[in-house]
Design a binder for this molecule. Structure first.
Ligand code: PMP
Length: 323
């Protein structure tokens, strides 16, 4: 993993906060913030990629914002912008922060303050909604040579308790438990099983297996986040390789017998899994399907493919560099 994964925007960076672009140092959030108390926020992680000396493009930003609006609906968080407007705001934020290199956007919509007269307590109604978006420089940070994973003893939250398909801030305590357990045991990441004991996803990415030439990923009813990178991979394999990914229940034993395994996510992009629970996956090195997917995804995000899906890239032109 490389170094440039900054934790927070510098004080002099712009953020979009409740309808205005302001400096990060000027954001004031109180200790009674409902999202802080109860984890009632929803968020996204979106990447932009350098596309020339002073321009960049956002990758599938509209899809990310559409997913955020869906997540917000589950928690009754009001988002006062359409997905298209949020894409424009994101582009303006990148321009203001002069992010000509690869960058990462983190929009967060959340429950803020109790409305006047509403009693203190856990609730979704009677609480105002807020929206904050930050951007950070971020290039690829995962090893292209592959990582090791361990199956977590923590199970993925079921849809009947807290839907994994929504990117809810509080729900990420579940992900944090799994990733913490994995790193404490010396693995790079965790693989979650769901309550039924079937494969769900990794701590912050979706999982794909290759077995006997077939590409398989857990279906949407496996308690997973409906990953946008997962969707890109399914579409790229169909379009480029004529391969139809099987989306279905995946048994734990299939992990042990996979020829190849890889994770997909906006942050990690495509990362080979070369060892699971201390056993090599296949040959113990990234396999041919994984390498094909890595190349196809790289071309897709960096727009070297003229046939790419038209709606996936949003140009962010003429980024002025602020100092
Ligand atoms: N699953 C989880 C739990 C995640 O946090 C992420 C990262 N957003 C993903 C899957 C991958 O989703 P995407 O490809 O949309 O980034």
């Amino acid at each position: 993993m490389s170094a440039d994964r900054t934790a927070a925007p510098a004080a002099g960076q712009w953020v979009f906060h409740n309808g205005d672009f302001i400096l990060a140092a000027e954001v004031r959030l109180g200790p009674s913030l409902q999202a802080l108390q109860y984890g009632t926020g929803v968020f996204e992680g979106i990447r932009s990629y350098a596309a020339g000396p002073d321009s960049a493009h956002l990758y599938r930003a509209r899809d990310h914002f559409a997913r955020m609006i869906g997540s917000a609906r589950i928690l009754r968080i009001a988002v006062h912008h359409s997905a298209a407007e949020l894409v424009e705001i994101a582009a303006e934020l990148l321009r203001r922060n002069g992010h000509t290199g690869d960058a990462y956007l983190r929009p967060l919509a959340y429950k803020a303050a109790l409305e006047p007269g509403v009693p203190f307590g856990v609730r979704l109604q009677g609480v105002s909604s807020a929206l904050t978006m930050v951007s950070l420089p971020m290039s690829s940070y995962m090893s292209k040579e592959g990582i090791s994973c361990g199956v977590s003893s923590w199970r993925r939250i079921p849809d009947s308790s807290l839907p994994a398909r929504a990117k809810i801030t509080g729900a990420y305590a579940n992900n944090a438990l799994a990733s913490d357990e994995a790193t404490a045991a010396g693995y790079d990441d965790a693989i979650f099983l769901n309550q039924a004991g079937h494969v769900a996803e990794a701590s912050t990415s979706n999982i794909f297996l290759v077995r006997a030439g077939r590409v398989i990923t857990p279906s949407h009813d496996s308690d997973i986040l409906e990953g946008i990178t997962r969707d890109s991979v399914i579409s790229l394999l169909r379009r480029k390789g004529g391969i139809e990914v099987e989306q279905r229940t995946v048994l734990r034993s299939e992990l042990c017998t996979a020829d190849e395994m890889f994770l997909t996510g906006t942050g990690c992009e495509i990362v080979p899994v070369v060892a699971l629970d201390g056993r090599p996956v296949g040959s113990g090195t990234p396999g041919p399907v994984t390498r094909t997917v890595m190349d196809a995804y790289d071309q897709s995000v960096r727009s070297r493919d003229p046939h790419d899906h038209p709606g996936w890239l949003t140009p962010v032109h003429a980024i002025p560099v602020h100092h």
